[in-house]
Design a protein around this ligand. Sequence first.
Ligand code: G16
Length: 562
Amino acid sequence: MSSNSFSVNVVKTKPYLDQKPGTSGLRKKVKVFTQENYTENFVQSIFDAMPSPGAKDSTVVVGGDGRYYLSEAVQKIIKIAAANGVKKLIIGQNGILSTPSLSNIIRKRKASGGIVLTASHNPGGINYDFGIKYNVSNGGPAPENITDMIFTCSKSISEYKVADIPDVDLSKISIMKFGDFEIEIIDSVIEYVTMINEIFDFPLIKSFLQKHPDFKVLFDGLNGVTGPYGRSIFVEELGLPKSSIDQCVPLADFGGEHPDPNLTYAHKLVVNVEKNKIDLGAASDGDGDRNMIISHDWFVNPSDSVAVIADYAVEAIPYFKKSGLKGLARSMPTSASIDRVAEAHKVQLFEVPTGWKFFGNLMDAGKLSVCGEESFGTGSDHIREKDGLWAIIAWLNIIAHESLVQGKLVTIRSIMQKHFLKYGRNYFSRYDYEEVDSDAANRMYSELKAKMSSELVGQSFGSEKLTIAKADDFEYTDPIDKSVSKNQGLRIIFKDGSRIIVRLSGTGSSGATIRLYYEMYEDREDMLMMDTQEALKPLIDISLKITKLEEHTGRKEPTVIT
Ligand code: G16
């Protein structure tokens, strides 16, 4: 087989049986990906599983978060893509594209799909994690039928194709041709920043920042991919001082940290926000799709963050002023804070399983505008991935708008208080037990699952309110394509609507991560600003009793509390 300017070699290989994509792509240690043919097998399986009309003559976007092994993986993808008849690859400069930026480029360039090279918020470096995810033509993560197909292909693969083209220079913005196969290296940042500019009210934000020079912003890129995007937006576009961005140079090992924007792993930001009395502190994760919002006197829980953004969307954000609010959605473990906003705005609320891929169909069908997950993911139908910087700029836009309306500088805390007074508060917390022995976690989970329908319902924990009304394993039928996703997490729902959810994470790369989620609703005015852990203590105690977590795992404390 040969083309104009390269020949194609067929390489014999043996399948690896562990290439099942998780919640968001295949994530493993670098050492796993660097085994002989491991990466090649998975990439070939992606091209084999690409939905009709398939890989031949397709245009595919490729990019990642700058972590260790990125360039090697990109060079392999180029050769395998060319050999499989892909017509064009669009690649971020130096292989860099944030996940939301890649989603945007798939949509803008009408590409057939994209390959995202990231393990998201998981640590990077030779001893840590890498990941490969396939996104489809709407810009979003491949749905389960396609990830299942990739897995099926990976289990029976016997050969992959590779073109004998040389390694290409990823550092120069350029167009290269090898026969009919074209590679375009694009600026990683420009198109994303243009999109953000079109969505939000930049003139309003700029005039707000000029009027309130004491309003302090601090964006922490956690040494991940969003650094250059953050610099362009906060410093170059909005004119904020350079001191308003931190850790904004992407590093292959994220400076040895977890690039995960939560209160534990974004510790440096948390300390700086408090010490320097920051009004809007924010962070994004390794690949730029997660976000955290914090001020010196308030941490915005992600479940509340999406509710506030949805509430202000049409009033404050130009994109939604134009498009209106079509519908709202959240993942199942996310608190029902946004449900109340949906009711007030008279739009439909969808509850989907954990995983951004479940929002895509609803957006494509014009039924969904704003959605979010408790796992620090917030976004809208502007793309088909969650979008960290989008959420952060949304908050800046809302603060600027509300300050204009009230004729004075408002704080994040005051916005939250106003929200709770209007809607009541869904107290929410998540406990993560990371790197637990997998067998112990599975045992705990299946024991609890066995008790769900029979033993648990009717059990009371000290009061009528805390009597279990319902216990099940969440199952979702996609309203658009009617596909059914089973086993999506154990729900224990009490008579007063409080919930305990138990899930095993689908994104870790070693051992198991147990997630316990707690939610309780409160609308008494004097109970709206309580400490979250205190408010949820009764539920936390109940969960430890019924899961027998310590007995099974030996863990006394969670590793991360949100
Ligand atoms: C991924 C998914 C999210 C999901 C999160 C946590 O995020 O895209 O939709 O909520 O994992 O999943 P789990 O609880 O199974 O670990 P990311 O930022 O890792 O791509």
